[in-house]
Write a protein that binds this ligand. Structure first.
Ligand code: XMP
Length: 554
């Protein structure tokens, strides 16, 4: 499988040059929030390559190094002298100052965390409309002590005599602090002032325009071919499918593999609500028994994950083959005495005479952070084997179409709303591919799934009623199916199973903290589950952060 090159006219692009801190992606997101398109590029990219992208503006990110450290990432002067508007941030501010002939020194005064800054009251591009005293988020040891020629100093702090500078003539700007973090009180305004007033961008990256652009791109890319998309019920595959559906209508066939491991109401959300809202052509494969059979007797988490992943691929593959076959043109063979007159595509596995099948594309919901991270090449340890629909055999020869490749998650949601994807799907919290299969500790059986589904539905209902959905990242409910404990209910002794509530707060699921849910909400969830789900007689709360715990229990 290959990934198709990006197509279409490029939007006005802000390049965010990543100097190695964790802030570059955050800057890119903030730029998008200011309705401008952004792309992250590594600082190792040659200047000509950066400029060849014809950026409308460049932002130099912060980074962990000191500009004096041996091997510290350098800045090619060409980046700041090409006439492209530039904003330097933190480390990016210092390398920019150096490249323009200013002075960076070790002042011996570290500033870290919230810091008071005095900003220019006089006309300033970055600080227009802001108070002269503001709280900013700092993290630096070195400081710019002399601004480059032609740059006016527009902010100071105790530890940074030149905390910001501006040169409207050359459209060069810089701040020592991190405007992208929320602790900087007017940070977003600094960024948008740079983009709008400094760089003169039009701010046309709105969800309406983005949706339109992505639909148009998908249409150009697909042409008259046929496309397949695997729907999981999650936001990414749903929005990707909605874009492609809008682009090419019934040239798209979606496949939903019902593995029986979804939560209450989720299969219907896909099969009924999504189809009604978008009009996609959907093939539902009821594979519930197949998955249960394959999982029978298995308790080991990794083994469960592997089985679910394997079965999923097999079922999807078969569905894909069927669709390919159904769309293959009939081929007339000359009578040759063998008795075979006409063969249809199905018998030939859907191949055309030129060796290509007409179903060329497979939709995948890859998001921008995945693109940036895989470009970064950092090999994360395989803690758990995740699965997706990436492993189809080569003979199916799909090309990937990835309509969300340039989007952050919040943008995917906005585009989804724009295209009429049901809110229940758009705002669905993350849910693992292997589903409830990895939330039953012990063997997965139909009865256990049923117990967990009912308990989970109550927890979700109460969290929604308490208005907490957007505050928590997700709240797995886990059934400890092999554990029993004694309880008392009515006049009788019970010997039921515990369920665990695992509410977590997180930015990206890489780290997480347990969410301090209000006691009243916990109490309601607990009493409803133990009253309404007979098999459960105890509800416990997981108060472990990640690390050391992962979010899911398996
Ligand atoms: P962990 O348990 O590793 O989970 O802290 C991090 C995030 O990933 C989700 N998750 C998965 N998502 N396929 C997925 O698509 C998987 O196999 C899988 N396992 C975990 C989990 O729900 C959390 O949001």
């Amino acid at each position: 499988m290959t990934s198709a090159p990006p197509l279409g006219r490029r939007p006005e692009t802000v390049l965010v040059v990543d100097f190695g801190a964790q802030y570059a992606q955050l800057i890119a997101r903030r730029v998008r929030e200011a309705d401008c398109y952004s792309e992250v590029v590594p600082h190792t990219m040659p200047a000509e390559e950066m400029l060849a992208k014809e950026p409308a503006a460049i932002i130099l990110s912060g980074g962990p190094a000191s500009v004096y450290a041996p091997g510290a990432p350098a800045l090619d002067e060409a980046v700041v002298t090409a006439g492209v508007p530039v904003l330097g941030i933190c480390y990016g501010f210092q390398v920019m100052a150096q490249a323009l002939g200013g002075t960076v020194a070790r002042t011996g005064r570290r500033e870290y965390g919230q810091t008071d800054a005095s900003v220019a009251g006089a006309p300033s591009t970055l600080f227009t409309g802001q108070p002269e005293q503001q709280v900013v988020w700092m993290s630096h040891g070195d400081a710019v002590t002399e601004a480059p020629d032609g740059c006016a100093v527009t902010a100071r702090t105790d530890g940074a005599p030149v905390a910001a500078f501006e040169d409207d003539e050359r459209r060069l700007y810089g701040v020592q602090w991190h405007p992208e973090v929320l602790h900087s009180a007017h940070g977003q305004q600094v960024l948008s002032n740079f983009l709008t007033h400094g760089a003169g961008l039009s701010g046309s990256w709105t969800s309406e325009n983005v949706a339109e652009r992505l639909v148009e791109q998908a249409r150009e890319q697909i042409g008259a071919d046929h496309v397949i998309c695997g729907l999981s019920g999650g936001v990414d595959s749903s929005v990707a499918a909605a874009i492609v559906q809008r682009a090419v209508g019934d040239q798209l066939t979606c496949v939903f593999v019902d593995h029986g491991l979804l939560r209450q109401g989720e299969a219907e959300q896909v099969e009924t609500d999504f189809v009604a809202a978008t009009g996609v052509d959907l093939v539902v494969v009821d594979a519930r028994d197949r998955f249960l059979d394959a999982l029978a007797g298995v308790s080991d988490p990794e083994e469960k994950r592997k089985i679910i992943g394997r079965e999923f691929i097999r079922v999807f593959e078969q569905a894909a083959r069927d669709i390919v076959a159904a769309h293959a043109p009939r081929v007339d063979r000359p009578a040759d005495g063998s008795g075979e007159g006409q063969q249809d595509g199905a018998q030939q596995g859907g191949a055309r005479e030129d060796g290509e099948h007409p179903v060329r594309w497979l939709v995948q919901g890859t998001l921008y952070p995945d693109v940036v991270e895989s470009g970064g090449g950092s090999g994360a340890a395989n803690i758990k084997s995740h699965h997706n629909v990436g492993g189809l055999p080569d003979d199916l020869q799909f090309q990937l179409i990835e309509p969300l490749r340039s989007l952050f998650k919040d943008e995917v949601r906005q585009v989804g709303l724009q295209l009429g994807v049901p809110e229940g799907i758009v705002w669905r919290q993350p849910f693992p591919g292997p589903g409830l299969g990895i939330r039953i500790i012990g063997e997965v059986t139909g009865d256990r799934l049923d117990v967990l589904r009912r308990a989970d539905a109550i927890a979700r209902e109460e969290l929604t009623a308490a208005g907490l959905d957007r505050e928590i990242w997700q709240c797995p409910v886990v059934l400890l199916a092999d554990v029993r404990s004694v309880g008392v209910q009515g006049d009788g002794r019970t010997y039921g199973h515990p369920v665990v509530l695992r509410p977590v707060s997180s930015e990206d699921a890489m780290t997480a903290d347990w969410t301090r849910l209000p006691y009243e909400v916990l109490a309601r969830v607990s009493s409803r589950i133990t009253n309404e789900v007979e098999e459960v007689n105890r509800v416990v709360l997981d108060v472990t952060s990640k690390p050391p715990g992962t979010i899911e229990w398996e």
